[in-house]
Design a protein around this ligand. Sequence first.
Ligand code: ADP
Length: 298
Amino acid sequence: AIVVVGSVNADLVTRVPAHPAPGETVLADGMTVLPGGKGANQAVVAARLGGDVALVGAVGTDAFAAAALPGLRRAGVDLSALATVPGPTGVALVSVDDDGENAIVVVPGANGSVDATTVARHTELVAGAAVVVVQGEIPVAGTDTAARAATGRVLLNLAPVVPVGRGTLALADPLVVNAGEAWRLLTEAGRPVPEGEPFAVVTELRDLGPRSVVLTLGGAGAVALDDDGAPVVVPAPVVQAVDTTGAGDAFVGALAWRLAEGDALVDAVRTAVRVGAFSVTAHGAQPSFPTAGDELPV
Ligand code: ADP
């Protein structure tokens, strides 16, 4: 089974012609409220594709909790380890421009309660998972506790980049980051960041200690570096991108599903780039994710 320990949000999504510059006001057509949060999104993808998925996380007691959960419920994600805590649910303010690029402000709310104590309550669930998936939208101590409790594979998606413990990084198999996160991670580690050289970037990332590394490159696909070999480029299918929101989550959820099914890393990445590409062809995060019956682009 797959256990995702991570965030659950309500996404307040607007479409704008172009993102506002600081001090500027732009008008949007309207707003939709969609279920989101990296943890929830990744759990939904893995479950929709056929994975057996549980989510450890929290929502609040406000009206946004109801908006955050339908996607998880419909996908059949086990929510027995999802807490309801007093206070607001996590919210993401998402704007998407005409080029499909997004700008996002996240208010953690209840996700802030998913700390070491909360995660430790679910040690048995986490320890029983073939793949444990963590991201950067809950307190670092919660992520570190989940990684320590894992007996299966740890998929560490450092999105956003947060200062996880060395032990967590050392367990990552793989560490998954996009180009911006890779840049930040290497800069914060005081390492020179190779310009426009994905092979050099994944090699530098592996030197930070993870067992394996996957660097996602948007429309260019991904580069995988397993513990035993040389970096492998996996191109993404060419598609018409309308909204990239959730592409990274689609990728990570699919990767977790394939790894839980026993695929080798590069094979899992081959499926994940197709699922990521599928997700950019429709608006929203969860509404854009495929289900098991959907044909993926090649
Ligand atoms: P993030 O969403 O975290 O910024 P990326 O932009 O690297 O991450 O996208 C993650 C994955 O989604 C890519 O590896 C790819 O499979 C898919 N993807 C993203 N943008 C495109 C695109 N324009 N065309 C095809 N696939 C895409």
